[in-house]
Ligand binder design. Structure first.
Ligand code: FAD
Length: 317
């Protein structure tokens, strides 16, 4: 029996979330003294998975799977799980994975725990810690089924390097037309923007920016740093920025290498979502702003003066 992890890709490239779920699944494999297998769908750079402890990759290459299809993808993963006799299947909590995970659980007659944030406790049965009520609480969930599907909450575990020797195997699951009941006609996506989940750097701004018209410099700073843009909750509530950019306790969690917070006070609910980021830089006019206590580097200053200078300096590199 090995642990199976579904490692997602986009346009043939494995996503950052794939390396996080692999790191997490490797943690479970170590706890259970077993091996780790990944299944990929139309991914090319599968070799990178060995850095995160994956020992075997089942590579599925099928043009019919070039667009995400929840039923078909769930079928592929369940066949991979049966082939490997995997009792634990780990997926991410991307929008696509959230869609396919319950279908996968039905296929495998498995218990499904979403929003898992830590390695399972194995003392008295199989117990996982999960977030609840939009991250306001945690609960411990006991899974009693033989087969288990776990959805790892993004950015809750981080990347853990654990070099393994990797073998690759082509895998061709049997897919009938029934698995393609939904035909994805097109996918409308902003291709130029770095997503918060995949970003190494996030430039985030708050109410201190005064209004949506002032986001041009935030976008420019993000461009220079190849960063994703994010914002505080009131900013998205007021419609200055899309809700997809809201980070914090009730928004997206962020665990980047560098989080730059501009004109954000640092309320506890905001900090709850970004505390896993490695380096936090704060730009705020108020030296008493609570964010400075959580910051690695701080600039007490007006964003409208500091940010343009920062952009100019960074352009020199
Ligand atoms: P403000 O608190 O208004 O702070 C603006 C900051 O900008 C100030 O520190 C000010 O000094 C600074 N500033 C002003 N002008 C400038 C300038 N020219 N240059 C530089 N700095 C300047 N908030 C979240 O962000 N995420 C959440 O997930 C979240 N969840 C919540 C859940 C609950 C249940 C509740 C009750 C609240 C939640 N909040 C959340 C809201 C949170 O409590 C704060 O109200 C919010 O984070 C404040 O946003 P802000 O820092 O952008 O605005």
């Amino acid at each position: 029996m090995s642990i199976l992890v579904y490692t997602e890709s986009e346009n043939g490239k494995l996503k950052k979330a794939a390396f996080e779920v692999a790191s997490f699944a490797k943690g479970i494999a170590d706890l259970m003294n077993t091996s780790l297998t990944a299944v990929t769908i139309n991914a090319e750079n599968v070799d990178e998975l060995k850095t995160y402890g994956v020992e075997k990759v089942l590579k599925v290459s099928n043009d019919k799977l070039s667009k995400f299809n929840a039923d078909a993808y769930a079928e592929v993963i369940s066949q991979a799980s049966k082939k490997e006799d995997s009792k634990i299947v780990v997926v991410s909590q991307s929008a696509n994975a959230k869609y396919l995970a319950p279908l996968l659980a039905v296929n495998l007659e498995a218990g499904y725990a979403s929003n898992v944030v830590a390695l399972p406790k194995l003392g008295e049965g199989f117990v996982v810690e999960r977030t609840a009520f939009t991250n306001k609480a945690f609960n411990m969930t006991f899974i009693s089924t033989d087969v288990k599907v776990l959805g790892l909450s993004s950015n809750s575990f981080g990347l853990k390097e654990n070099e393994a020797s990797l073998s690759e195997e082509d895998f061709s699951p049997e897919l009938s037309d029934d698995e393609f009941g939904i035909d994805v006609v097109s996918v409308d996506k902003n291709k130029d923007k770095v997503s918060i989940a995949d970003a190494e750097v996030v430039v985030s701004a708050g109410r201190g920016m005064k209004g949506p018209e002032n986001w041009e410099m935030i976008e420019e700073l993000a461009d220079v740093l190849n960063a994703a843009t994010a914002c505080s909750k009131p900013v998205s509530d007021m419609g200055w920025r899309p809700h997809s950019e809201h980070v914090g306790q009730t928004g997206k969690p962020v665990a980047t290498n560098l989080y730059i917070a501009i004109g954000i006070s640092g309320a506890i609910q905001h900090l709850a979502g970004i505390s896993a980021s490695k380096n936090k830089v704060v730009i705020n006019t108020d030296p008493e702003a609570p964010f400075f206590k959580a910051a690695d580097y701080g600039i007490v200053g007006d964003a409208f003066e500091v940010v343009p200078q920062l952009i100019e300096k960074l352009k020199e590199f």
